[in-house]
Design a protein around this ligand. Structure first.
Ligand code: NAP
Ligand code: ZN
Ligand code: ZN
Length: 363
């Protein structure tokens, strides 16, 4: 995978030391770190981070579950904050603006995908907000579990929610766009029946967004105690996916399913819940793959299994503006930076309603 080096001279410019939290190895806890951020170049926006959401991808990466983690690892790609300074060529932002940064901080900008506004599928490899090669020290990107970040204006999002909702906006930058993009691509809306599997950070946004788009929404959970809470998020009905009879009764009822589950599991009962020509879109990224689904139920109803990854920058702005207009934000639990290991432990137990958000003032 070829990655474009962002401003290869930047490493020679003065940098600023920033407080951050990260890990030096997969089996080491996260701890306070001092990291360097590049000085803002002409196209850069320097951001004081106010809040950063905690995505399950942070945990997969910092624990080395996907392989390829670069150390030290500073996770965090659900970033909101205030612009502190801008470079001389920045036209879209000014100091004091409230902005967001999601999962990407650059891409090649010239390949077919980038030209189409699908930077997440850049054929030269997107530059992730953390764990991607860069010319900046220490040679790979470091994420939002930190006080400050410097990002090219093309990858900075405008936030139009009221300021007092800022912490609840942070999770939109990954959990929001990752569910919004397939909902839009597969045309969720009035007259469509949408299922969301796994009601964690991504899943709860999937329910809120599918409902706001006008679809009929069914939540699938392994946690019966979440039933009322899932209805309160906007689901029309809830099915406990371990209840075989209930899953059978849901057969052939859905046009689209967004599957957000972070662990390997049997896909067959969910494929059985799709109507003819229905699609299940996988967005969860488990450490080990799911067992292959049975093929005949797919053949016999022309059902499809698909995948989707975050969303493009323009689409992320569209989602943020839609959420500001429809008063949609995440349901969050604010944590201190030094509470991150407890938060990860609770995330692994499915004990989060529905997204932890770090108050970076506690760094
Ligand atoms: P999360 O908050 O931990 O939620 C995952 C949910 O999956 C849990 O709340 C639980 O919901 C369900 N679940 C967990 N373990 C399960 C098991 N063994 N069997 C069945 N269900 C289980 O995680 P998240 O932040 O939403 O992320 C979900 C996944 O999406 C992760 O793998 C993450 O890396 C991935 N992700 C992908 C993208 C992308 O672009 N495609 C972007 C962001 C994240 P219930 O209690 O309701 O069953
Ligand atoms: Zn994420
Ligand atoms: Zn590209």
């Amino acid at each position: 995978m070829m990655l474009r080096h962002i401003g290869h001279q930047r490493g020679k410019h003065p940098t600023m030391t920033t407080k951050a939290y990260g890990a030096h190895a997969a089996d080491r806890p996260l701890e306070p770190l001092g990291i360097e951020r590049r000085a803002a170049g002409p196209d850069d926006v320097a951001i004081d981070i106010a809040y950063c959401g905690v995505c399950h991808s942070d945990l997969h990466t910092v624990r080395g579950e996907w392989g390829g983690t670069r150390w030290p690892c500073v996770p965090g790609h659900e970033i909101v904050g205030t612009v502190r300074a801008v470079g001389s060529a920045v036209t879209r932002f000014a100091p004091g603006d409230v902005v967001g940064v999601g999962c990407m901080v650059d891409s090649c900008r010239t390949c077919e995908a980038c030209e189409e506004g699908l930077e997440q599928f850049c054929s030269h490899g997107l530059v992730g907000t953390y764990n991607s090669p860069t010319a900046d020290a220490p040679g790979h990107t470091l994420g939002g579990y930190s006080e400050k970040i410097v990002v090219d204006q093309a990858f900075v999002l405008a936030i139009r929610h009221p300021r007092d909702q800022l912490a609840a906006v942070a999770p939109l930058l990954c959990a929001g766009i990752t569910t919004w993009s397939p909902l839009r691509h597969w045309q969720a809306g009035p007259g469509k029946r949408v299922g969301v599997v796994g009601i964690g950070g991504l899943g709860h946004m999937g329910i809120k967004l599918a409902r706001a788009l006008g679809a009929h929404v069914t939540g699938f959970t392994t946690s019966p105690e979440k039933r009322q809470a899932i209805l309160d998020l906007g689901a029309h009905d809830v099915i406990v996916s371990t209840d075989t009879a209930a899953m059978k009764a849901a057969g052939e009822s859905l046009d689209l399913i967004i599957n957000t589950v972070s662990h390997s599991h049997n896909l067959d009962p969910f494929i059985g819940a799709l109507k003819r020509d229905g699609t299940m879109v996988m967005v969860g990224a488990p450490e080990t793959s799911h067992p292959s689904p049975a093929i005949f139920p797919m053949l016999g109803r022309r059902r499809a299994l698909a995948g989707s990854m975050i969303g493009g920058i323009a689409e992320t702005q569209e989602m943020l503006d839609f959420c500001a207009e429809h008063d949609v934000g995440a349901d969050i639990e604010m944590i201190r930076m030094d509470g991150i290991e407890d938060a990860y432990a609770r995330m692994l137990k499915g004990n989060v309603r529905y997204r932890f958000v770090i108050d970076t003032a506690t760094l």
